[in-house]
Design a protein around this ligand. Structure first.
Ligand SMILES: Cc1ncc(C[n+]2csc(CCOP(=O)(O)OP(=O)(O)O)c2C)c(N)n1
Ligand SMILES: [Mg+2]
Length: 560
């Protein structure tokens, strides 16, 4: 990709305009955020930019989640917040993007250099005349950072962009408000594109080829980073050239279509299908493509038996085989080298699992056993599903979904409330697809106010809110499900879109399967957003959650 850098040879370009234009060259055309006086110059630069549109969110946490959702589709996103109060509210969301490898450029407006130099007592500070307090905190949620001035702006932006791309994690860019309005000092730079070292790539490929030749059984294990980097097609080609089965965890749900003949199922430790478990736990060689995250959630409470000495892990920027690490090797390059292989035998052919049959009578109350097959029947190619942490994600992920459905979830960081604004960001990032939000009502309560932003900016999301009278997943993860802290204020969820300004949205509150089926049809047909509140049982949970309920000691450790 050739990027057009903004012009720097004229005093008409100020620092704020330069930053916005430079980020636009990364394929970003929306900026999520909340305005504030220190960040006005950045807001002004966005508002007057022909390339980037300002997307005001209800608060900075929401904006950070929306930026994360957007970045997952576009490869990068821009978030703008004000000093201290704004950036600190965004930290949880930006830290989540760091954990989940989503590239958010977090631009923060600081008090002016002049006031910093004079140690003025200013608003949004601790009143101590110190201005570095929050830089350290926000920088901790990023993989690199810079405090910008007119002289370093052009060079620092290239360094920051290259480093953020290399790690595929957030970057923090702090800009004092007077410097933001100063002309940029030009510098002769070119975009730095992360590339493999050719010798290192050849060395890594030779070792991988040798391992492949020696192995009696191989399985590919594509990681969540494949979708973050937009390498789904490249991973599929590599896996087809290898001819081996591939397995995913729930973090990679639908990374390659689930009807693919080489798909051998979802691995989730002891709750995997026995065949899936045997294929991956018994393989001589596990080709981890992108750095699979084997956490308590993806392994169903560490219940599997994976032998890590049989892994070859291709990270974003290195290859690891046992104790040997070959640095400066890019994932995309390894995938394209693997795609050149010729399989030595006929490719693996699994038995594709069909969609689960839809069950229940129209007059039946909505059960989880009837709900999840209905989601699978409802979803179609061209949908992007954003899944919230909670019982819903444990219900949807083990369900086979149609090809062409994309799934985004925040499995590792697991900050509830993420999915509602993330769905907003996903919808703005690619309006050619339909965005479907599936959330529990407890999580939704944290960030539901940005349903208003969906209406305002024409993001036609279909929202499913499961109302099961509280935090079901928490009830299931405790011996006693009835602690009062798992109860919630009983909102009238289906009335939210109207109250939040989405006047023409389709809304429904459904208690029976017949009502749910009707509402799903109407939502699919609507030209605007749609919002369906589903009434579920207080303790009605999907099987994966019931399993976790029986594994509490393994999840959290035994009582000392
Ligand atoms: C920011 C944050 N706070 C608290 C938690 C702990 N937590 C995990 S799931 C959950 C409840 C989810 O409830 P709901 O969205 O209603 O889904 P349900 O399981 O009831 O379907 C809570 C409070 C968290 N993960 N993130
Ligand atoms: Mg709930």
């Amino acid at each position: 990709m050739t990027k057009q850098l903004p012009k720097t040879d004229t005093s008409a370009v100020n620092v704020a305009d330069y930053i916005v234009e430079r980020l636009a060259a990364e394929g970003i055309d929306h900026c999520f955020g909340v305005a504030g006086d220190y960040v006005f110059p950045i807001c002004d630069a966005v508002d007057s930019s022909a390339k980037v549109k300002w997307i005001g969110c209800a608060n900075e946490l929401n904006a950070s989640y929306a930026a994360d959702g957007y970045a997952r589709i576009r490869g990068a996103a821009m978030l703008a917040t004000t000093y201290g109060v704004g950036e600190l509210s965004a930290i949880n969301g930006v830290m989540g993007a760091k954990a989940e490898r989503s590239l958010v450029f977090h631009v923060v407006g600081m008090p002016s250099y002049q006031h910093q130099r004079l140690h003025k007592i200013a608003h949004h500070t601790l009143g101590d005349g110190v201005f570095g307090n929050f830089v350290e905190l926000s920088a901790g949620a990023a993989c690199c950072h810079a405090v910008i001035n007119p002289e370093n702006c052009v060079v620092e932006m290239e360094r920051i962009i290259a480093e953020a791309r290399r790690n595929h994690q957030p970057a923090y860019i702090a800009v004092p408000s007077d410097y933001a309005l100063s002309p940029v000092v030009s510098a002769d730079v070119k975009p730095i594109v992360p590339r493999s070292n050719e010798a290192a790539l050849q060395k890594a490929m030779a070792i991988i080829a040798e391992r492949i030749n020696k192995a009696k059984s191989i399985v590919a294990f594509p990681a969540f980073t494949i979708s973050r980097l937009g390498l789904q097609k490249e991973a599929q080609k590599a896996i087809e050239a290898l001819g081996c089965p591939f397995v995913t965890t729930l973090m990679e749900k639908c990374v390659i279509g689930e009807s693919h003949p080489q798909f051998a199922g979802m691995y989730a430790g002891a709750v995997s299908e026995p065949k899936t478990r045997q294929i991956i736990e018994g393989a001589d060689l596990v080709l981890d493509l992108g750095g699979v995250n084997l956490n308590d959630i993806t392994t169903a409470a560490y219940s599997g038996q994976l032998d890590l000495s049989r892994f070859v892990t291709v990270g974003l920027d290195d290859v690891r085989i046992g104790d040997q690490v070959i640095a400066n090797v890019r994932l995309e390059d390894v995938l394209s080298e693997l795609a050149k292989l010729k399989p030595s035998s006929a490719p693996y052919k699994g038995k594709p699992q069909g969609l689960a049959p839809v069950n229940g009578r129209p007059s039946d109350k909505i059960t989880m056993a009837a709900l999840y097959p209905r989601y699978a029947a409802f979803l179609r190619a061209g949908d992007t599903v954003v899944l919230e942490t909670g019982s819903s994600s444990l219900g949807v992920t083990p369900t086979i979904l149609p090809d062409g459905v994309r799934v985004e979830a925040q499995v590792l960081w697991g900050s509830i409330g993420w999915a509602t604004p993330a769905a907003f960001g996903v919808a703005l990032a690619d309006p050619s697809r339909r965005t479907i939000l599936i959330t529990g009502e407890g999580s939704h309560q944290l960030t539901a106010n940005d349903v208003g932003a969906m209406g305002r900016f024409g993001a036609n999301v279909i929202v499913f809110v499961l109302n099961n009278s509280g935090y079901l997943i928490e009830r299931a993860l405790e011996e006693n499900p009835d602690w009062t802290y798992n109860d919630l204020a009983p909102w009238n969820y289906a009335e939210l879109p109207k109250a939040l300004g989405c006047a023409n949205w389709y809304t429904a509150r459904v208690t029976t399967l017949g009502e749910l089926d009707e509402a799903m049809k109407a939502a699919r047909a609507s030209q605007t957003g749609a919002y369906i509140e589903i009434i579920g049982g207080k303790m009605d949970m999907p099987p994966a959650l019931a399993f976790a309920h029986g594994q509490l000691k393994a999840m959290y450790g035994d009582t000392p």
